[in-house]
Ligand binder design. Sequence first.
Ligand code: 5GP
Ligand code: ZN
Length: 137
Amino acid sequence: MRLGGLLRNHKRHGSTRLRYNWGMDDCIFCSIANGDQDKLVWHSDKVAAFNDIHPKARVHILVVPKKHVVSLDDLDDPELAGELLLAAREVAHQGGVKGGWRIQVNTGRPAGQVVDHLHIHVLGNPGGDPAAWGIAG
Ligand code: 5GP
Ligand code: ZN
């Protein structure tokens, strides 16, 4: 990791967490959301969706804002909040799980948030197989 990344990590995990100074260079979800569109399953001007790298259900898509927002605790834009939720529904339907799907937003380390870029897990199993459910995070 470069020195800048180390310093930012140090500050993030210290008492004065820097919420807004975590730019695209360091954030994997910023890179994916604003990178190669072929890797996205859906996107709009402000929102992107892509498959989770370790799926916990047959359909496991992550819906994220294209701009960096650390977590739901940091989201202050009601319009973007609505767009994210409707995008979650859109990708669930697109994934073939209309009528039986769930969302999960892990917020903060104690709740299992590992990637510090707000993401909605969209989980579902085409065919509605109840044995195929997992919990994300
Ligand atoms: P969290 O625990 O933060 O709510 O969830 C992070 C999710 O991001 C996990 O389900 C994990 O599998 C997924 N993930 C982590 N790194 C990558 C990555 O580089 N690409 C993709 N597509 N998903 C990732
Ligand atoms: Zn980011």
